[in-house]
Design a protein around this ligand. Structure first.
Ligand code: ZN
Length: 59
């Protein structure tokens, strides 16, 4: 079990639809939107604080 660092959803590594390598580590995502957000600003999502990206999406 891995965690989508963007939305916090738990994912099965082998079933996660999107994956991205950053600093030698793989991160897994539930969807394209999460992966793209991570690519844009990985540090933001690795800082450990919750990110309210759904509200941001609706703007
Ligand atoms: Zn996600």
């Amino acid at each position: 079990m891995v965690k989508d660092p963007v939305c916090g959803m738990g994912l099965m590594e082998e079933k996660a639809p999107f994956k991205y390598e950053y600093k030698g580590q793989f991160y897994y995502f539930c969807g394209k939107g999460c992966k793209e957000r991570f690519e844009r600003d990985p540090e933001k999502y690795l800082s450990g604080r919750p990110v309210d990206w759904i509200a941001d999406e609706e703007q």
